[in-house]
Design a protein around this ligand. Structure first.
Ligand code: ARG
Length: 566
């Protein structure tokens, strides 16, 4: 799409402009204003070099380049300090239909990441507690970045750094040994596990000695007690299975689970290396690495000998870079862990690893969820599953009003309800906090998931009503301003994917899809389709079909399904 047009211009004019084609490619922009063509070349920097006013230089260049135009280019015009390139309508339309309709399933994909390995740590919860709304962001942002990275050609390993180690397992083992037989572990394993967890904490409030019992059990586990290890394994398995059930609803899939326990025997070597490099220091019985004046020291081992979250992250970074051979290593984790990652990255830098700049903390803001009905039901924790159920229930009510004859309301309510929650998250710049609000998330006319899905569904329904196969090529130029604007948006899809990935920001894609829908709305209001002449109908249907594909693939990249009807 747009990069193809940039390619044509930069190759064709590189020598005329005395530039490398690559450099020229990077200078080309997509003009904001309609009527300014498809590409724009700012000449401000050159004007300075040549001591000329930018508009004068732009005029000169436009005149010079117009003499020798590549096929498909209609005109070159100077507008203040820019040289604008406008391609012929049909040329752009043919390019769009070839790139969108003939490459379904991987529209806009690029090969920038080809041959490179990307490890992305996302949705890494701590075991034994049900998933609550706080887990949503790390899951959906992470999965979207996985999808975006794949669109750029990276070999991606989505990794679950499961919180599967710690004193809570000692507590659970103690509780299981004592009360386990009272719970239906066979039929309802996860619920039973959670009940045990809650019961232990309730009892421990009355009887603080239980804490010590839990710690004792954990110590045994750390020493390799086979019986307790068997229980631990069972708890982890039960939890993972339940998490996957929730993740399935969100389209989330890891490629590899490397929980914290995986690093149990990899921490001693880290400590030894730190010592050998003269970085380790003792402080009140604990082992630390000092990180200078502007950052608190990184705690490597507690005075009681217990290892720490940070130590495991040092070991895990070494594992990902040295053994998984990552070229890029991302951590999709809340902004509250910023200091933690700064410390870990700093220690690795002090250890002399040149690859620290390949590690990025992809931070996201807090999720504030206001819903009196959900929060009173179960104390302060709002379970993700309850949020989904409520969303589905609300969408069912809307469907019953809007489209009572829908064939598969349950399935659609699921796609729309869950999609609404996911989209509402991804449409915000990830670093900002999200205030969740049902009305906004489910507003079919606002900038919401259902709005984008509804637009896609309208396209699909037009195709059905058209009743003939939609042509994959154009026999006619589409020239109304609305058609032109809509096609300008479609041209930007490929750059949007790249941009969203390079900045690690899903909202760039979500915002783009909203824009396509707005433009589609304007087109749909102004341009009649069914009832026009056969040629116009055919050409407009090809445009509609392209919008449908872009919305479907864009939503899929956000891990949201597009229903056929709603
Ligand atoms: N389990 C952690 C938590 O729930 C997140 C882990 C993130 N990944 C990492 N390598 N530290 O807060």
């Amino acid at each position: 799409m747009l990069p193809l047009l940039k390619d044509i211009i930069s190759r064709h004019y590189a020598t005329d402009l005395n530039k490398q084609a690559d450099a020229l490619f990077k200078l080309l922009e997509s003009p904001k204003q309609a009527g300014h063509g498809h590409l724009s070349l700012p000449v401000f920097a050159w004007a300075k070099e040549h001591r000329k006013a930018p508009p004068v230089l732009a005029q000169e260049i436009a005149a010079q380049l117009s003499v020798r135009k590549p096929a498909g280019l209609e005109k070159i015009q100077a507008v203040s300090g820019f040289v604008n390139f406008t391609f012929e309508n049909r040329f752009v339309q043919d390019l769009l239909s070839a790139e969108i309709l003939k490459k379904r399933g991987h529209v806009g994909y690029a090969e920038t990441g080809k041959g490179k390995k990307l490890v992305i740590d996302f949705a890494s919860p701590n075991v034994a507690k049900p998933m609550h709304v706080g887990h949503l962001r790390a899951s959906v942002i992470g999965q979207c970045l996985v999808n975006l990275a794949r669109s750029q050609g990276y070999e991606v390993t989505g990794l679950n750094h499961l919180g599967d180690w710690g004193v809570q397992f000692g507590k659970l083992a103690w509780a299981y040994t004592k009360w386990g037989s009272e719970y239906p572990f066979k039929e309802k394993p996860f619920e039973s596990l959670f009940q045990l967890y809650v019961r232990f904490h309730d009892e421990a409030e009355k009887n603080p000695e239980l804490e010590a019992e839990g710690s004792k059990m954990f110590k045994k586990l750390e020493e390799g007690d086979a019986e307790i290890e068997k229980l631990w394994k069972m708890f982890v398995e039960i939890s993972l299975k339940d998490y996957q059930r929730i993740w399935d609803m969100l389209g989330i899939k890891h490629d590899l689970v490397r929980g914290e326990s995986f690093y149990n025997d990899r921490m001693k070597p880290v400590e030894q290396e730190l010592k050998a490099k003269g970085l380790l220091e003792e402080s009140d019985g604990a082992m630390i690495v000092r990180l200078g004046d502007d950052m608190a020291p990184c705690l490597i081992r507690k005075a009681d000998g217990a290892s720490l979250y940070a130590t495991r992250d040092l070991a895990s970074a070494l594992y990902r870079m040295n053994e998984l051979k990552a070229d890029l290593n991302l951590y999709v984790v809340g902004v509250d862990q910023t200091l933690h990652f700064r410390q870990v990255f700093k220690v690795l830098e002090l250890m002399g690893y040149p690859w620290v700049n390949k590690l990025h903390h992809i931070a996201f803001g807090m999720y504030r969820f206001k819903d009196a009905k959900l929060s009173t039901r179960k104390g302060h924790t709002i379970f993700l599953e309850d949020v989904f159920s409520r969303a589905i229930e609300l969408v069912k009510e809307i469907i019953a009003k809007k489209n009572p004859d829908l064939a598969n309301p349950d399935e659609v309510a699921k796609q729309v309800g869950i999609g609404a929650i996911v989209f509402n998250d991804l449409v915000n710049d990830r670093v900002k906090n999200v205030d969740f609000d049902w009305d906004r998330a489910l507003d079919f006319e606002g900038d919401s998931g259902p709005y984008v899905q509804y637009c896609g569904v309208r396209c699909a329904s037009l195709v059905r009503r058209y009743g003939k196969p939609v042509a994959e090529t154009f026999q006619l130029d589409l020239t109304t301003p609305e058609e032109q604007e809509l096609m300008r948006s479609l041209l930007n899809y490929q750059d949007t994917l790249r941009n969203a990935f390079e900045n690690f920001k899903p909202h760039i894609l979500a915002g783009y899809l909203i824009e396509v829908c707005h433009r589609f709305g304007q087109f749909y209001n102004k341009c009649r389709i069914l009832g026009e002449s056969d040629e116009i109908q055919a050409a407009r249907m090809t445009l509609v079909q392209m919008v449908h594909v872009i919305l479907e693939e864009g939503l899929r990249t956000l891990s949201i399904e597009l229903p056929e009807a709603m």
